[in-house]
Each structure stands twice: as structure tokens, then as C-alpha cells.
Ligand binder design. Structure first.
Ligand code: GLA
Length: 353
């Protein structure tokens, strides 16, 4: 019985730029969502993680994990493909709500599965589009393309330098020498994450309207002076963050580790102060690890309002720093963070059993 699996992702840099025609630099991680799909006479979805089975006759938004699966099938049908009811069993070792894009992984694994079992012959780019559309139009989060693109196109040992304005991309080797990336999950997800996400998008659309531009790529720093202070901060983040992606690509190619680390710290400050999508828990983690021996850089990853912090560390240093952090974090917030060791991974594929 074939299963279909898709990975989560971290983004080295380029946060909240993907719906603004900007640059991103993500890589897939070795944590996956796996789905087992077979035709059935009803839609029956089981999540082993949620320990729940949901059975429905027709598509309906339920405001939970099933929306990602139904959304994908709904988009595929809307595109004129013929499918039939399916039974889907979801398993996963990718934490949910950790900013590691478990939703895109579930969408893409489902899209791969439906494509395969009904022999629809959609290509990889179409599968990305299906995932993005499901998230935007069914789930209701007006996401960019980064997560679904990474879940499909990722390559082990490489990051993807993607220009979201034209979807041109380049694989950049993860030349980390004696360094490693690790994640610290704040184990926090603030309720506002999707409403604030959509609000940031609207603010960015307002920026374009006020400046009478079609794309953020046509905007330069001089243009920002006519914006009100809040919109100026948002726009400033996007322009700065795009520059940081270009610098980070160069740093990664030349193994300039200090530079890469500093870029991560700068990005976090910008996400905290200009784009205002971080939170006390992730700010605390970044502030704590900064300056610890062996730590070169850190920042929140993903949409924000909780989730994980990406840390760039010298190999072998993260465990000790984490042990100390864990105590202080517990004192401050009354709960523990989690350390997630990661490796890069390939994009989605079929697993034969
Ligand atoms: C979420 C979205 C992405 C991207 C990030 C922020 O993960 O799904 O498209 O916008 O937030 O960079």
C-alpha cells in the first residue's frame, strides 16, 4: 500500500516576504506528515496525532485539521479533475503549531496521494498551487507560496533560494562546516496567529496602494517617507528582509558563519519591532541564547505569534545552552520549551510499504 509523505520546513531567512514578491531561503527538515489514502464510499479522515476520526458526506469547513485535506480535494475538483471519496489516515512526527509548516506538509502529502491514486497527472508546480489555494480559499489563511513550494521542491543538503515574484529558484548548498541548525520550540501558539497574519497582508496591500505600485520590488527606501508610521515599519521590514536574504545567500555560499548568524539576529529584531509578529516567549529564547558560547545567531521562524526559534550553533554546543535555557524559560513562563534537532531533507514523495 503506498503512503505519501511531505516534510516540514524551516526558513533560514526571508520571513513575511513571500506574499510580497520577495526572496526566501527555506530548507525542508527530516520531520514529516504521512498520509495513507484509499478510495472509499465516504470521506473518512483519521489523525493518529489528534486521535480522532471524522466522517463526512460532502466537503465542509470544520475549523480543524480536516480542512487541509478537504481543502486540497475541493481545489482539485474545482480544477475539473474527477476524484471519488477517500479514506485518509494521517500520521506525523512534525510538531503542530511550531511554525514548521505542518499544514502545508499535510496539504502536499494529500495532493500527492490524490494525484497518484486517481492518476491525475498534475505536475509538481500544480501540486504546489493546489496546496496554496486550499490554504487560502478553504482554510482561510492568505499564505504565500514558500511552505508548499518547499514541501515539494526541497533537496537534502540544500536550501532553496526562491524569488517569489517569478518562482525562479536556485539550490544553495548548506555549507555549514562545523555549524548546525537546531530548533527550539516555544511550545506556544497564540490564538491571533491567523487573523494577525491576514492583517499583515492587508497592511502590505495598503502600502502598495498608497505608493501606487504593483509590487514591493518596485518600492525603494525613499518612497517610504509618505507612509504613516505603522505602514512604514511594515514596508521597511520587507525591504530590509529582502536585502538580508541576498546577504545570507552570499554568506552561506562563502561559509561566512558570523555574518550569517548576525543576519538571523537582525531579522528577529525586525520581526519583533517593525513587523510585530514575535511574542514574549520567542523573544525570550532569542535573547537568552544570544551571547552564549557557541551560538552564532537565532530568530523566530514562520508566521510568528509563537512557534519555534531557529538557532545557528557550533556543533555540539546546543544541548548545554538548551539545558540552562529550559530552567529560565520555565521560571518565566511556567512551561518548558523543546529542543528539536534537525537535518535537511528531500521534498514530498511516495513511500512504498
Ligand atoms: C507562514 C506562511 C508562509 C509565510 C510565512 C512567513 O508560514 O504559510 O507563506 O508567509 O508564514 O514568512
Amino acid at each position: 500500500m503506498p503512503k505519501f509523505k511531505a516534510p516540514g520546513r524551516v526558513n533560514i531567512i526571508g520571513e513575511h516576504t513571500d506574499y510580497n514578491d520577495g526572496f526566501v531561503l527555506p530548507f525542508a527538515i527530516d520531520r514529516y506528515v504521512e498520509v495513507d489514502i484509499k478510495p472509499s464510499n465516504r470521506y473518512v479522515f483519521t489523525s493518529q496525532v489528534m486521535n480522532e476520526t471524522v466522517s463526512v458526506k460532502k466537503f465542509q469547513k470544520l475549523g480543524k485539521w480536516t480542512d487541509y485535506i478537504m481543502g486540497v480535494i475541493w481545489v482539485i475538483e474545482q480544477r475539473g479533475y474527477k476524484t471519488e471519496p477517500v479514506e485518509v489516515i494521517v500520521s506525523s512526527n512534525l510538531p503542530i503549531g511550531a511554525g514548521l509548516s505542518s499544514s502545508a506538509a499535510l496539504e502536499i502529502a494529500t495532493a500527492y496521494g490524490i494525484n497518484e491514486i486517481f492518476n491525475l497527472k498534475m505536475d509538481e508546480m500544480q501540486l504546489v498551487e493546489v496546496g496554496v489555494k486550499a490554504e487560502r480559499e478553504f482554510v482561510g489563511v492568505r499564505c504565500g507560496v514558500m511552505d508548499q513550494f518547499t514541501a515539494v521542491f526541497a533537496k537534502k543538503d540544500y536550501a532553496i533560494f526562491l524569488d517569489t515574484s517569478n518562482l525562479k529558484y536556485e539550490y544553495v548548498p548548506l555549507n555549514l562546516a562545523d555549524l548546525e541548525f537546531a530548533l527550539i520550540d516555544s511550545n506556544t501558539k497564540h490564538e491571533l496567529s491567523s487573523s494577525e497574519y491576514n492583517k499583515r497582508r492587508e497592511e502590505c496591500e495598503k502600502v502598495l496602494k498608497m505608493l501606487n505600485k504593483k509590487s514591493f520590488r518596485e518600492i525603494n527606501y525613499d518612497d517610504l517617507s509618505i507612509l504613516d508610521p505603522l505602514l512604514r515599519k511594515r514596508a521597511r521590514h520587507v525591504l530590509d528582509e529582502n536585502k538580508r536574504v541576498l546577504l545570507a545567500v552570499r554568506a552561506l555560499k562563502n561559509s561566512e558563519s558570523f555574518l550569517l548568524g548576525n543576519i538571523l539576529y537582525e531579522s528577529h529584531v525586525s520581526l519583533r519591532d517593525l513587523y510585530e509578529v514575535s511574542c514574549d516567549e520567542t523573544d525570550f529564547i532569542v535573547g537568552y541564547v544570544k551571547g552564549e558560547i557557541g551560538i552564532l545567531g537565532a530568530r523566530m521562524v514562520g508566521g510568528g505569534f509563537g512557534g519555534s526559534v531557529l538557532v545557528l550553533a557550533r556543533a555540539g554546543h546546543i544541548d548545554k545552552v538548551f539545558m540552562e535555557l529550559e530552567k529560565s524559560y520555565f521560571k518565566m513562563f511556567g512551561k518548558k520549551p523543546s529542543l528539536i534537532k534537525i537535518k535537511s531533507s528531500d521534498g514530498a514523495n511516495m513511500v512504498m510499504e
